[in-house]
Design a protein. Structure first.
Length: 236
């Protein structure tokens, strides 16, 4: 429930972790933290061309914005400390270390990688609505989804698939993106009709512990690299 995820008490600490400007404002704008999402009043956002942007509320994929993961780390620290006072110093140190790793991930990998991708190429076609936080945080546009939902249980119609094919052709994107753990049959249809690549991403879960997306940090590295290379036309 949203009321159980109240991050307000951590705002000052979060700003200190991610860095603040001279006015004390954090150098980050998130799509929304879990406690601020209005699922009951949520709605889809489309522009006049029917494009979907990364602004839809009620997207459960909060971790696609690394800053939300820092909030989670702080809350895990506080919850464990409340249950186990004897080890609160350990929990505090672990949370601080992990937050620094997440900040380094963005500063040293994600942002430099995305700098190689021109803004006009930051266009995503996906098989379901998992990339809203990522798109908003890093300046991407979601032009269409095969399934216009954050759920993977919704089946698209033939008209939906045909509309995606039209958008892919109109936008001239070199690749479309599928959850690596889901069937990409529909996107394969789109690819067969348009000649684009289908590139798998980890969205709803990590990969195996011995794979390239076995931890959250590796998961984000894998996804960012796949997106950048595919949209540059260099995916293999």
């Amino acid at each position: 429930m949203a009321e159980e995820f109240d991050c307000d008490a951590h705002d000052a600490e979060f700003a200190a972790i991610v860095g603040a400007d001279e006015d004390g404002h954090a150098h980050v704008e998130t799509l929304g933290r879990a406690g601020e999402i209005d699922c009951l009043g949520g709605h889809d956002h489309h522009d006049d061309h029917g494009h979907d942007h990364g602004e839809g509320s009620c997207d459960p994929h909060l971790w696609m914005d690394p800053h939300n993961v820092i909030y989670w780390a702080l809350m895990v620290r506080d919850t464990l400390s409340a249950l186990d006072h004897d080890n609160e110093v350990v929990y505090a140190a672990n949370a601080a270390a992990y937050a620094e790793e997440v900040i380094a991930l963005e500063a040293e990998f994600i942002l430099p990688a995305l700098a190689e991708l021109p803004e006009d190429k930051r266009v995503l076609v996906t098989n379901h609505g998992a990339m809203g936080y990522f798109a908003t945080s890093f300046g991407f546009e979601i032009v269409t989804m095969v399934v216009h939902s954050v759920s993977t249980t919704v089946e698209p119609s033939a008209r939906d698939v045909a509309a995606v094919i039209d958008v892919v052709r109109d936008e001239g994107v070199p690749a479309v993106f599928s959850d690596i753990h889901l069937s990409d049959l529909l996107l394969n249809t789109v690819a067969a009709e348009t000649g684009v690549e289908v590139v798998g991403l980890h969205s709803d879960s990590l990969g195996g512990s011995d794979g390239p997306a076995g931890t959250y940090l590796d998961y984000m590295r894998y996804n960012v690299n796949a997106i950048v290379e595919a949209l540059k036309g260099d995916w293999r």
